[in-house]
Design a protein around this ligand. Sequence first.
Ligand SMILES: [Fe+2]
Ligand SMILES: [Fe+2]
Length: 176
Amino acid sequence: MKLRHLARRFFGALRPGPPARPDLEWVAGVLSPAELTLWNRMPNHDRRHSAAVARRVDAMLDGTAQAGDRRWLAAALLHDVGKLDSGFGVPGRVAATVTAAAAGRDTARSWVARRGLRRRIGLYVEHPRLGADMIRVAGGTEEAAAWAAAHHTPDRWPTLPVPRVVVDALVAADDD
Ligand SMILES: [Fe+2]
Ligand SMILES: [Fe+2]
């Protein structure tokens, strides 16, 4: 997978600080209080990334029948919340991505049952499923949970409770 992409993710995440205030205010208006509490647990770079993704989704859906539906924006904002469990910063994620690719995804997934670093890599690989659980436990939007669970699995997109035009926007808006 795309070294250029990993490099961009790495260096982009080094920019410090929380999302800009207008983004924070916009997000607070989009998410339910429970979803917002979950979103705020994410580190700054994840919040900046997800706010940018959600803004792009909002713009892409403008003029469609799905415009202004907060479920799709919540899906964009919370899609990677499952990364919290691995506890990795950005360098750790890059290492985890490379290690998981070398070991094979199924092997890496099985590491959830191990300890220490392997377990954290396993948790990272499982971030879609874990994120979906976190959103459901928090009482978040079901569509957001479904998107978190499936966002790296194109085979599942046709069966989601998310219209295709929204899926396409969510995918196109996410540059990682
Ligand atoms: Fe992801
Ligand atoms: Fe993303």
